[in-house]
Write a protein that binds this ligand. Structure first.
Ligand SMILES: NC(=O)c1ccc[n+]([C@@H]2O[C@H](COP(=O)([O-])OP(=O)(O)OC[C@H]3O[C@@H](n4cnc5c(N)ncnc54)[C@H](O)[C@@H]3O)[C@@H](O)[C@H]2O)c1
Length: 283
């Protein structure tokens, strides 16, 4: 095929497609997060903390929100500007104040990752109103209003941005041994929120995607396994790849979604499950 007849040259010379993407930087450059400010909720430990470190490694300044009084690890040597805000994502006044402080401290918000969450693993018949309300408040309303406050900042800046919501494989399927009726319902809500926002916010160039982790080794999975020790072997043997996931297994996909390399990716959920999303090896 000559260059005159190749599809790409026809498209560039006679195209009736609009050509809004003018980013000519290399993939390596577009994958960096330099100059961006990323807000990460639930960033004091577990998946959120790994995402803080990964965003910083890619060059982003990081604003970390969590209800704990301090992060599990010293954040002094991240090599970027990093600030910790002790905040409960279920308290709207405190959330609004925190986002105002972040805008003052960093001057902008480009990215937001909502990792703050809790789990309740118990039979459907034993779930109590109060614990269901707490799950809904933290996992759904906390996610919703953090995304809203971040997107308002992006809208007011006129810069666009990226929002990544942390859902769960429990929003796709029921997991071996676990009884996650309300937790799964909250994560289903998170994924539907992602779908709705990806369309509503696209005209503002705000991309919204989600991650659905499988079994990842954190305090949350430890808590479930302490309550039900058979889960230790399930976490290792159920995923087709034959091991539990580590927090670093989540970071590459999130950094991609936060970066300009993902400029055309919105409305997507990425399951990171060691293959559990597709099925289990019979054993
Ligand atoms: N670990 C897994 O296997 C797994 C699987 C699927 C999804 N997830 C999701 O990933 C996210 C992170 O989970 P993790 O495994 O790192 O758990 P984790 O318990 O280690 O971390 C959750 C963080 O959220 C914070 N948090 C809880 N309530 C809060 C509140 N009201 N306000 C602010 N912060 C609050 C906690 O203090 C903690 O630092 C959660 O949304 C979880 O549902 C985890």
């Amino acid at each position: 095929m000559t260059s005159e007849t190749s599809p790409s040259s026809q498209w560039s010379s006679t195209s009736t497609f609009n050509n809004k993407s003018s980013d000519r930087r290399s993939l390596v450059e577009r994958s960096k997060l330099d100059g961006k400010t990323t807000v990460i909720t639930g960033g004091a430990r577990g998946i959120g903390l790994a995402l803080v470190e990964a965003a910083a490694e890619a060059g982003s300044d990081v604003a970390i929100l969590d209800i704990l009084d301090k992060p599990q690890k010293e954040l002094g040597d991240l090599g970027v500007k990093a600030k910790y805000y002790q905040t409960d994502v279920t308290r709207i006044e405190s959330l609004e104040q925190t986002f105002d402080r972040i805008k003052k401290d960093f001057g902008r918000i480009d990215n937001c990752v909502t990792a703050a969450g809790i789990v309740v693993d118990k039979p459907f018949f034993d779930h109590k109103w109060n614990e269901c309300e707490k799950l809904l408040k933290i996992n759904v309303l906390g996610t919703y209003f953090c995304a809203q406050l971040a997107a308002k900042a992006m809208r007011d800046q006129g810069t666009g941005g990226s929002v990544v919501l942390i859902a769960s494989i429990a929003s796709h399927s029921a997991l071996p041994l676990q009884r996650l009726s309300m937790y799964g319902a909250t994560k289903g809500a998170v994924r539907v929120l992602m779908t709705q926002l990806s369309v509503e916010l696209a005209p503002l160039n705000i991309r919204v995607n989600s991650i659905s982790p499988g079994f990842i080794r954190t305090d949350m999975t430890e808590l479930c396994a302490v309550q039900q020790p058979e889960l230790y072997s399930v976490f290792n043997s159920a995923p087709p790849v034959g091991r539990i996931g580590e927090t670093k297994d989540i970071t590459g996909a999130v950094n991609y979604l936060l970066s300009d390399a993902a400029a055309y990716t919105t409305g997507a959920d990425i399951p990171i499950t060691g293959g559990l999303i597709s099925g289990r090896i019979a054993n």
